[in-house]
Design a protein around this ligand. Sequence first.
Ligand code: GLN
Length: 191
Amino acid sequence: MRIAVLAVQGAFAEHEKILDMLGIEHFEIRRKSDLEQYFDGLILPGGESTTMGKLLHDFDIFDTLKEKIENGLPVFGTCAGMILLAKNLTNDDTRHFATMDINVRRNAYGRQLGSFETVSSFGDISDVPMVFIRAPYIESVGENVKVLSTVDGNIVAAQQGNQLVTSFHPELSDYTEIHRYFIEKIIKQNV
Ligand code: GLN
């Protein structure tokens, strides 16, 4: 089991820490040559989606990653990572990988509530600590998308086949269960 963590910008080190806690081998994707390595899954971290999108093109890694995701590579996007995967952004004309059938609102909580923490459930898992930082949420999903978590009526976690997204940052709570879900349920497909 080997996981690639996109490390062009944002909170990638925190994801690596969680993977270390789970004893999962990982490496960083920073340039095109990194894509020659074998990996079973990909993590797209939080950060700034516009910057990440631009760097993916500048470093010529966008097309290869998009193709791998379209061909079924398991991918877990948190926050900005969710924005990278969304087919549609409801308040922004930009599109990135656009592989997941979700309509996402960027900075959905506005400035007043830029960052907050709460506890909610995720699928069968209860009491999940959720840290939101200038977070997006999902306004609506396509019919192949499974909603895994809502907070105040807004969708904050979802899955479509090989793609998992969260508005919140499990990696900032030192919380391993969402990454474990990604590894067990999506990569190993132990349903
Ligand atoms: N607001 C950021 C964006 O739109 C996402 C914030 C985050 O990843 N913590 O890209």
